[in-house]
Design a protein around this ligand. Structure first.
Ligand SMILES: Nc1nc2c(ncn2[C@@H]2O[C@H](COP(=O)(O)OP(=O)(O)OP(=O)(O)O)[C@@H](O)[C@H]2O)c(=O)[nH]1
Ligand SMILES: C=C(OP(=O)(O)O)C(=O)O
Length: 271
């Protein structure tokens, strides 16, 4: 399998995630948790040989280093694209044939398999990109050994990357496309299942509710339909933790979920 070098740019925390004011945790802590969860998922992706966080922020670099990922400074450019050009040049100086991928650091629901799927598709194009869920931004930009990364991140970057000749990758990869800029984005990411660093901030501590869609009384497991139409499975352990004897179809339940978004407990809304 091709070992990509994944560059994850992280802005200084003092200036990060300005649109997240008003969320249930301080902006700086959210931005750092997003970066740590993104880095953790990338490090667990089998297609990622190296994961390098690109940041000038000492607190970011220290926290990332503690997880075992590499860090590099931004160089003199002063913005995101300059930081990525600097990091790309540093990587290619040591390994001229490196496969380069730039991944934004605001993907707290990222699953390694979604990233692996996109990187596998990216092998078919000299340069490729994955737009974010709204379709206007970019979450992943890739370059094979004979191509430069040529980053064009910023507002409207999907159009910029398309115009630059990068191939648009069309897989679903919901956790990869779910970047978080606003409290509404964070709620969407929570529905996909937050990584442990973000989950630990308790931002999704409101209870989720839904109705029982299936219940198998042999295995004591089944599925619940959330109010937004998402279907979530609960397993035997989650049911057994609930102290309920059975569930009726259509019954209203409150759900507890773990850091990875899986259901860990069920209760009646009144309990
Ligand atoms: N190293 C580095 N990373 C950056 C810089 N600007 C943005 N980033 C990162 O690039 C990614 C996408 O940036 P945005 O979604 O605009 O995030 P943001 O700038 O923190 O958020 P807003 O204040 O809401 O625009 C995030 O991972 C940021 O941390 C920069 O100047 N240097
Ligand atoms: C910098 C970008 O992120 P956002 O649109 O989330 O600001 C981008 O998509 O290029």
């Amino acid at each position: 399998m091709t070992a990509w070098t994944v560059l994850i740019p992280v802005k200084g925390l003092a200036a990060a995630k300005s649109r997240l004011r008003g969320a249930r945790a301080p902006r700086e802590r959210l931005a750092l948790a997003f970066a740590l969860d993104t880095t953790r998922a990338a490090a667990r992706c089998r297609a990622a040989g190296r994961v390098i966080v690109v940041s000038n922020d000492a607190a970011v670099r220290e926290a990332v280093a503690a997880t075992g990922a590499e860090t590099i400074g931004e160089g003199p450019g002063g913005d995101l694209n300059a930081a990525l050009r600097h990091a790309s040049a540093a990587v290619r100086a040591g390994d001229p044939r490196a496969h380069l991928a730039a991944l934004t650091a605001d993907l707290p629901a990222l699953r390694p398999a979604d990233l692996a799927g996109a990187l596998a598709e990216a092998l078919r194009h000299p340069r490729a990109f994955v737009p974010d869920a709204p379709g206007t931004g970019t979450v992943l930009l890739t370059a094979l050994p004979d191509a430069g990364l040529a980053p064009g991140f910023g507002p409207g970057s999907a159009a910029a990357h398309r115009a630059s000749g990068a191939a648009e990758l069309r897989g679903a990869w919901p956790s990869l496309r779910r970047d978080v800029d606003t409290p509404a984005d964070l709620a969407e990411a929570g529905r996909l299942g937050l990584g442990p660093h973000t989950a630990a901030l308790g931002v999704m501590s409101q209870d989720m509710q839904g109705t029982v869609a299936t219940f198998d009384d042999q295995t004591r497991s089944g599925t619940v339909l959330l109010d937004d139409g998402t279907e979530l499975a609960y397993d035997t352990a989650a049911f057994d933790a609930s102290d309920l004897r059975l569930l009726r179809l259509g019954q209203r339940v409150r759900l507890e979920t773990g850091a990875d978004g899986t259901v860990t407990g069920l209760a009646l809304p009144t309990m």
